[in-house]
Write a protein that binds this ligand. Structure first.
Ligand code: GLN
Length: 296
């Protein structure tokens, strides 16, 4: 399969349409949006730039970049991977091969945290946050961007992911309140934390083959594989988190579509209470599970 379109000499608008049609023919799910993002990135034009320059002609060197992007997308590489960046919670995050592409669903965990903190009038407090398996830093940096007096630490087993998270913290002006530690889950952290968040690997090993190729072939395996029942990471993190939380501290997990009940049970077994019902994502799936440490 190939894009095989002579982009050079086409107008920006014609190139965009031709690429969208080609992506559609190759069964790519959102051809119009993807074509706009890829051509915009190849030409370094935002949405407005694409409109104002719609009639200008594509040069040879620009055509070569578009062609490469098209081939990669047709091979199911996600747009965010091709561009090396993804917007999350309104933040422009850089990615690397060691980081998951942040998903809109994961904003559910951020919303859950902020709602609880708002309801307790703690948004302006000097909160201490830990993000276990931070990847690109998405959840931690989103929270720090909303909580002006908070500080946070992100952990990851991958040095490459941590380097990306650290660079994102710097680019977003959050580095003075964020630190990063390489360790297994929360093993190297010392508490107490007011809030611990995590989007750990939760895909069942046997479900890998059936994953969307955009995910299966491009997201890091380490960030996805949750073991035989998908719950290994929760079983490892919950006891660590329970001892690291401050009294009344909150633990928030992203979970897979059918995991809110078993993850809730793992939390209860570690002595946490579950005062809030799971929070659904935009697709109606229970996506965030919240536990609390009562004073013990
Ligand atoms: N939400 C991701 C997916 O299904 C999985 C992320 C994870 O394992 N934490 O594509």
């Amino acid at each position: 399969m190939s894009a095989n379109i002579p982009f050079a000499g086409l107008t920006v608008e014609a190139a965009r349409r031709a690429l969208a049609a080609n992506l559609k023919d190759n069964s790519i799910e959102s051809p119009d949006l993807d074509a706009r993002l890829l051509i915009g990135a190849a030409l370094d034009l935002d949405h407005t730039g694409l409109a104002t320059q719609a009639a200008r002609k594509i040069a040879e060197d620009e055509a070569a970049i578009i062609e490469t992007y098209a081939q990669r997308r047709i091979a199911h590489e996600p747009v965010a991977r091709i561009l090396g960046r993804k917007e999350f919670w309104g933040l422009d995050l850089h990615l690397s091969r060691d980081t998951l592409v942040p998903r809109p669903d994961t904003e559910t965990a951020v919303e859950a945290a902020l709602d609880i903190l708002r309801s307790e009038s703690r948004v302006g407090h000097a909160l201490r946050i830990a993000d276990i398996g931070t990847g690109s830093g998405a959840i931690l940096l989103a929270l720090l961007s909303e909580l002006p007096a908070a500080t946070g630490v992100g952990t990851d087993i991958s040095a490459g992911a941590l380097a990306t998270a650290e660079m994102n913290a710097q680019r977003l002006g959050l580095a003075s309140r964020a630190s990063f530690i390489r360790c297994d889950y929360a093993a190297a952290l010392s508490g107490p934390f007011d809030l611990i968040v995590s989007n750990p690997p939760y895909i069942r090993s046997a479900d890998f083959a059936a994953l969307d190729p955009d995910v299966r072939d491009h997201d890091p395996h380490l960030a996805l594989d949750g073991g035989t029942d998908g719950l290994n990471a929760y079983r490892a993190i919950v006891p660590q988190a329970a001892s690291l939380l401050a009294p009344h501290g909150i633990l928030i997990f992203e979970v897979g579509y059918d995991q809110s009940a078993p993850v809730g049970e793992i939390m209860r077994a570690a002595g946490l209470t579950l005062p809030h019902p799971p929070r659904a994502d935009l697709g109606g799936i229970h996506r965030a599970v919240m536990g609390r440490k009562t004073a013990f």
